[in-house]
Design a protein around this ligand. Structure first.
Ligand code: NAD
Length: 351
C-alpha cells in the first residue's frame, strides 16, 4: 500500500484530493493541516475516521514535525496544498502569505530533501514531491492568448507573488538537489466544500438569502473555471505519469466573465428556489474594483492532455448546477463554517 503525505488536506481542494485518494486507491494518507479558518475536518466526511487516514494538526513551517512524520511514515509522495489562498486577504495582510506560502513551502521542501537524501536508491527513485500552484503566477492576459508552461512569471497580487516564490523554490530544489518535484499550475476551481468567501459559494449563499451580490468593477474580468474533482484527477495523473522537474498547466477551457458566472448562479438559484420573493439578478451590486485585479486568465492545458492523457470530465454548466445544488442541500456544513460553530466544537476556539 502506498503512503501519501498530504498538506492542507482539510481545505477545499486538499480535502477533495484526500476523499478521492481514499475512495479510489489503496493508499494510506497522512493529512497535515494547521486548520486555519479555511481548514475544515467536516469536509472529509466519513473518511476522517478511516483506518487509512491519519490527521495531524500541524504547520508546514514546522520542520521538526515534518521530519518526524517523514521518518515515521516513509511516504511515497508528498503533495503540498497547504497555503493561504484568498487574494483579498493577501491584499489586507500579505505577511501571512509570505510566511505560509513562501517560508512554509521552503521548510517543507527542505525537510523532504533532508529525508529523501538519506533513503536507499530503491525508495528514493519512485518518490515524488508535488507542489500545487495557480495560474495567477503568470499575471494577466489581454483579450487573447493563453498561459503555457513557458509563460513568464508576472504575479500582480501578494497571493500570486507568494505562490510564484514558492514555485521558484520547488524548481530550484530539482535543479540544485535533484529532488523529484512536480509543479501544477491550475485555473480557478469550484465545487462543494469551498469556504464561502470565494466568488461562487459566496454568490450562491447571498442569492439564496437575499443579500447583495458584490461584483468587482464592471464584472468583465475573465477566469477559466475547473471542477475541483477534475483538478484532483489531474494531480493524480501528474503524480503517476509526470516527469520530475516538469511543470503542468491545468485548466477547464471554460472562460467566463465574473458577471456571466454570477448571472448564471442567479438563474440556477432562481430556478431551484421558485418561492424566493425576488429575482436574484436584482441583487447584483457593482463595487469598487480590487487593486491589481488581473483582467483575464486562460490556460493552455495541451501539455497535460497530450503527454499524460488527462482531460476534464465536467462541463461548466452542469458542474455549476451541481455545485449550486450542493450548497442549497448542505446548509448545515455552511452554517457550521460561517457561524464559527465548527471552530468551537472541533477546535475549542472562537476563531
Ligand atoms: P484553502 O484555503 O481552502 O485550503 C488551504 C488549507 O491549508 C486549509 O485547510 C488550511 O488550514 C491549510 N493551511 C494553511 N496554512 C497552513 C500551514 N501553515 N500549515 C499547514 N496547513 C496550512 O485552499 P484551496 O483553495 O484548497 O487551495 C489549495 C491549494 O491549491 C493552494 O496551494 C492554492 O494556492 C492552490 N490553488 C487553488 C485554486 C483555487 O481556485 N482554489 C486554484 C489553483 C491553485
Amino acid at each position: 500500500m502506498q503512503t501519501y503525505l498530504v498538506t492542507g488536506g482539510a481545505g477545499f481542494i486538499g480535502s477533495c484530493f484526500v476523499r478521492m485518494l481514499l475512495s479510489q486507491h489503496d493508499v494510506f494518507v497522512v493529512n497535515l493541516d494547521r486548520l486555519t479558518y479555511a481548514g475544515n475536518l467536516d469536509s472529509l466526511g466519513p473518511f476522517l475516521d478511516s483506518e487509512r487516514h491519519e490527521f495531524v494538526r500541524g504547520d508546514i513551517r514546522d520542520a521538526e514535525l515534518i521530519t518526524a512524520l517523514l521518518e515515521e511514515h516513509q511516504p511515497d509522495a508528498v503533495v503540498n496544498f497547504a497555503a493561504e489562498s484568498h487574494v483579498d486577504r493577501s491584499i489586507d495582510g500579505p505577511a501571512e502569505f509570505v510566511s505560509t506560502n513562501v517560508v512554509g513551502t521552503f521548510q517543507l521542501l527542505d525537510a523532504v530533501r533532508g529525508h529523501w537524501a538519506k533513503r536507499s536508491p530503491q525508495s528514493r527513485d519512485p518518490f515524488r514531491f508535488l507542489h500545487v500552484s495557480t495560474d495567477e503566477v503568470y499575471g494577466s492576459l489581454g483579450d487573447t492568448g493563453q498561459f503555457t508552461e513557458s509563460s513568464p512569471y508576472a504575479p500582480n497580487s501578494p497571493y500570486a507573488a507568494s505562490k510564484a516564490a514558492s514555485d521558484h523554490f520547488v524548481r530550484a530544489y530539482y535543479h540544485t538537489y535533484g529532488l523529484p518535484v512536480l509543479t501544477t499550475n491550475c485555473s480557478n476551481n469550484y465545487g462543494p466544500y469551498q469556504f464561502p468567501e470565494k466568488l461562487i459559494p459566496l454568490m450562491i449563499l447571498n442569492a439564496k438569502e437575499g443579500k447583495p451580490l458584490p461584483v468587482y468593477g464592471s464584472g468583465q474580468n475573465v477566469r477559466d473555471w475547473l471542477f475541483v474533482e477534475d483538478h484532483c484527477q489531474a494531480i493524480q495523473t501528474v503524480l503517476d505519469r509526470g516527469t520530475p522537474g516538469e511543470v503542468y498547466n491545468i485548466g477547464g477551457n471554460a472562460e467566463r466573465t465574473n458577471l456571466q458566472v454570477v448571472e448564471t448562479i442567479c438563474d440556477i438559484v432562481g430556478r431551484l428556489c421558485p418561492d424566493l420573493p425576488y429575482n436574484p439578478r436584482d441583487l447584483i451590486t457593482f463595487v469598487q474594483d480590487r487593486p491589481g485585479h488581473d483582467l483575464r486568465y486562460a490556460i493552455d492545458a495541451g501539455k497535460i492532455r497530450q503527454e499524460l492523457g488527462w482531460q476534464p470530465t465536467q462541463d461548466f454548466a452542469s458542474g455549476l448546477e451541481n455545485t449550486v445544488r450542493w450548497y442549497l442541500e448542505n446548509c448545515e456544513w455552511v452554517d457550521r463554517v460561517t457561524s464559527g460553530k465548527y471552530q468551537r466544537e472541533r477546535l475549542g476556539t472562537t476563531g
